[in-house]
Structure formats: C-alpha cells, structure tokens
Design a protein around this ligand. Structure first.
Ligand code: HEC
Ligand code: HEC
Length: 294
C-alpha cells in the first residue's frame, strides 16, 4: 500500500505534466491573426493572390504573372473548402509556405516564393495561418497557369528542387531583422537578385538587379558606384513608403505592387531595419541599365 500512493502521485503528476504540455503546445500553435495580417502585408501575399486590377476579392486568385516559362496565376488561398484551402491544417499551410509542397505531396513552382518563405520562422507561418482563417472564403475557382512544355510538367520540379532548393541554405542573411524582412518575408531578392537559366537565384549576386519575366528591370540595389543605386537612407525610406523616387517618378510595374501591399504598410521600425540592411549591402557590379538614369 505505501508503494501505491507514491505511484499514484507519480501518475497524477505525469498526467498533470502531460496536460500542461498539451496546453503549452496548444498555446504555441494558436497563431495570432492580427500579427498574421501584418505579416501577410509585409510578405506581399496580396500582390500575387489578389487580382486588384480585375477587382477580384482578396486572396481569391491573382493576376497573370509573366515569366520566362509561361504565365502563372496564384490560386485562391481563402478558406473555402472546395475552391480554396479550407480543408488545410496548420501543418499543411506551414509546409506549403516553408517547404513548397502541397498537402497531397506535390511540389510547387518557385513562382510561389517559398525559396524565400522557407526562412520564415514557424511562429510567423502559424500567425499567417491564423490570419488567413479570418479572410472571407470565396467559393470561386481561380484561373490556372498557362505554361509551355516541359515546364507544364510538375514532376520536373523535383529535379529543380534537388538542384536549387535547400531550406537550410543560409547564403541569404536572415539573422538581422532587416535581412529577415528583405529575404524571408518581403522577398526582395525574388526580383532584385539575378537568376540562372533554370530560374534559380544567384545568391552570390544578392540584390544586384535582374530583368524580370515581364521585361521590366528591378535595379541593382547594392551601392556599386557604376551600376548600383546611389540613394541615401532618406531617399530609400521615402521610396519604400510612397513609391516616389528622388526625381519624383513613381515606382512602376511589380514594384508599385510591392510598395502598395508590402513596404508601404511596414511599421516605421521595420522600414528602418530594412533600409539599414539595404544600406549595408556590399557593392556588386552588375551592368543593367542604371535606374537613376531612366
Ligand atoms: C510572387 C507571387 C506570390 C506571392 C508573393 C505569394 N504567392 Fe502564394 N502562390 C503563388 C503561385 C504562383 C502559387 C501556385 C504555385 C503552383 O501552382 O505550384 C502559389 C501557391 C500558394 C499556396 C498553395 C495553394 C494551393 O491551393 O495549393 C499557398 C497556400 C500560398 N500560395 C500562400 C501564400 C501566402 C500565405 C503568401 C504570403 C506569405 C503567398 N502565397 C505569397 C504566388 C505567390
Ligand atoms: C515582384 C518583383 C519585385 C519585388 C518583390 C521587389 N521589387 Fe523593387 N523593383 C522591382 C521593379 C520592377 C523595379 C523597377 C520599377 C520601375 O522601373 O519603376 C523596382 C524598383 C525598386 C527600387 C528603385 C530603384 C530601382 O532599382 O529601380 C528600389 C529601391 C526597390 N525596388 C527596392 C525593393 C525592396 C527593398 C524590395 C523588398 C522589400 C523590393 N524592391 C521588392 C521589382 C520588385
């Protein structure tokens, strides 16, 4: 008998401990939708998933994204069970964002910038999930991609991923807050970093500018004296907030969307961190047309 009582005590303690663990786990998993709403803005989800020009409802499917491989259209990511992601668990969502794999195990095209989002913290991904659960579900199918063969064959992506997708790759700085904003969330490099012929980012030339699939040039943001950007921190900050250059020109093309949906909505602290990070980039020579000579 005297042995049973401590045993029971141990069982009770273990049960209590297990319950506490479940509570802590539940707490850790209950994402914060308000924080998620801000992260969705910073990460620019609407730029691709909302057809603003076509007056489509928020996140119900995006406009045509031209690329060298054909046209991509970002799908409906509202929580409609039939046409969106309404049946997805939090884990499904986090895996799609950070690993680029669908709940059914299909690889995604890197036109969905998961190569960048792979560096997002789990907490941020879970807060995004909590936010998207609050978005009005839209029971409408989004238009699909129009890709040329062989890019239309999704299976080919496994080979691409083997060569170019390594979620543990730390070639891009995501340790400083500004680097995290630029590389993990706002994915500036998806447009401003040149790619090789198969569409993989050339990380050795991070932010040195690139020609995009729609023909626009996303300029060299590094301070290379001949080919880079010669704006000071005030110019950069003002541009990212308003879309206006020091000459008074308005940002065009994809960058207009970035300012509208992402950088224009950043808190002053985040904007400062991003600008400080851009200011500290090492100069990289990349002879694209210099943006300020436009
Ligand atoms: C640069 C454009 C772009 C941005 C920015 C973007 N996406 Fe996407 N997203 C896509 C494309 C394109 C696909 C389809 C990929 C495919 O078919 O392989 C996609 C697919 C998805 C899917 C899979 C949906 C499904 O039905 O399988 C989810 C979930 C998703 N995006 C969430 C997000 C979230 C959350 C954000 C912001 C953090 C975001 N996306 C930002 C382009 C984008
Ligand atoms: C979807 C593609 C895309 C993304 C993502 C993007 N940019 Fe741009 N960016 C462009 C394009 C295109 C231009 C040129 C716009 C023009 O010609 O008016 C541009 C222009 C700029 C300029 C003005 C100087 C220049 O090179 O023309 C700055 C500064 C800039 N981007 C910074 C950023 C930062 C910082 C981020 C991340 C927060 C970012 N961009 C994300 C496409 C992008």
């Amino acid at each position: 008998m005297p042995q049973v009582i401590p045993d029971q005590g141990r069982v009770v303690r273990r049960v209590a401990l297990a319950a506490a663990t479940v509570l802590v786990a539940a707490g850790a998993h209950a994402g914060d939708p308000e924080r998620g709403a801000y992260l969705a803005a910073v990460a620019g989800c609407a730029s691709c998933h909302t057809d603003v020009e076509g007056r489509g409802p928020p996140y119900a499917g995006g406009p045509a994204l031209k690329s060298d491989f054909g046209i991509f259209r970002a799908p409906n990511i509202t929580f409609d069970p039939d046409y969106g992601i309404g049946t997805w668990s939090e884990d499904d969502f986090v895996r799609a964002l950070k690993r680029g794999v669908s709940p059914g195990g299909q690889p995604y095209y890197p036109a969905f910038p998961y190569v960048s989002y792979a560096h997002m913290t789990d907490r941020d991904a879970r807060d995004l999930y909590a936010f998207f659960r609050t978005v009005e579900p839209v029971p409408e199918a989004a238009l699909g991609h129009e890709l040329a063969f062989p890019f239309s064959v999704r299976l080919g992506l496994w080979a691409w991923r083997l060569l170019y997708f390594d979620p543990s790759d730390d070639a891009l700085d995501t340790t400083s807050h500004g680097g995290y904003l630029a590389n993990a969330l706002a994915h500036c490099g998806e447009c401003h970093t040149p790619r090789n012929r198969l569409g993989a980012l050339r990380t050795g030339m991070a932010m040195a500018g690139a020609r995009l699939g729609d023909g626009d040039v996303a300029g060299n943001l590094t301070p290379d004296p001949d080919t880079g950007l010669d704006w000071d921190a005030t110019d950069l900050r003002f541009f990212l907030q308003t879309g206006l250059t020091p000459d008074g020109d308005a940002a065009g093309g994809a960058m207009a969307l970035v300012v509208e949906h992402s950088t224009g909505k950043m808190t002053p602290e985040d904007l400062d961190a991003l600008v400080a990070w851009l200011e500290a980039l090492p100069p990289v020579r990349n002879a694209l047309k210099k943006p300020s000579s436009d």
